[in-house]
Design a protein around this ligand. Structure first.
Ligand SMILES: N[C@@H](CCC(=O)N[C@@H](CS)C(=O)NCC(=O)O)C(=O)O
Length: 235
């Protein structure tokens, strides 16, 4: 059994989608970062970095104490190695998946959250401050340029291929979870300018296990502003 701590955010969907794709049993504990749950002492003992997602594997392969893992890319690799799924074993194929996973981990999440921080009205999801600091449009535009470049890189990679690696893998899950938010970040109304990316995005969205992972905690999701929610759930 895996204990998963998080809430509906791109980095957390990576984990719930992988858990669903790999058919692993898991519990869910909501950590409401909007309410400051990540700063509670109980949670800090699980993750001193005070971020989600976190998993605790109560049945690790070494049969030892429960094992706690943080950082979404590290969690994806851990789950893939535990199950032997969605991460090829052949040297070159494995290296390619790892490269795209690292490409995602080191570029995509931060670019998106920084862009959102600069466009969000104070107090709205993703805003840097609950009150005070106004949107900073020059910085937001700079980050939009960076994100468009990342979309172009994905679009180029996906020309003539179905997935980032040879087969569907943890690298696709990681990247998809940020691309699903393209409207929220107001970088693009749709993905029509990136036809390969759009085809891949839609094909993955049709996977039942991915949809189950993406449906994480719809109850809290209902509490975020309707336009924000709609921008995420629109097909
Ligand atoms: N690099 C980390 C990023 C984790 C992260 O930024 N998590 C956000 C939610 S998606 C968080 O916990 N934010 C709370 C905070 O920064 O106080 C990962 O990939 O897991």
């Amino acid at each position: 059994m895996i204990d998963f701590y998080g809430l509906p955010t791109p980095n957390c969907w990576k984990v719930t989608i992988a858990l669903e794709e790999m058919a692993l049993d898991y519990t869910y504990t909501r950590v409401d970062i909007g309410q400051g749950d990540q700063f509670e002492e109980g949670f800090a003992r699980i993750n001193p970095l005070r971020k989600v997602p976190v998993i605790v594997d109560r049945d690790p392969a070494d049969a030892g104490e429960p094992l706690c893992i943080v950082e979404s890319a590290a969690i994806l690799v851990y789950l893939a190695e535990k199950t032997g799924r969605l991460f090829p074993s052949e040297l070159r194929a494995r290296s390619e998946v790892l490269q795209w996973l690292m490409w995602d981990a080191s570029n995509v999440g931060e670019a998106h959250s920084t862009r959102l921080a600069f466009i969000a009205e104070p107090g709205s999801p993703g805003a840097v401050t609950k009150e005070g600091a106004a949107p900073v449009f020059a910085a937001a535009e700079y980050m939009a340029g960076k994100i468009r470049h990342l979309y172009e890189q994905l679009n180029d990679r996906l020309a003539g291929r179905e997935y980032l690696g040879d087969e569907y893998s943890i690298a696709d899950i990681a990247a998809w979870c940020h691309i699903v938010s393209h409207r929220v970040y107001a970088v693009s109304d749709g993905l029509e300018s990136y036809p390969n990316l759009l085809r891949w995005y839609r094909a993955l969205r049709a996977r039942p296990a991915l949809r189950r992972g993406f449906d994480l905690d719809l109850e809290i999701f209902e509490k975020i502003p309707a336009d924000f929610r709609q921008n995420l759930r629109d097909e």
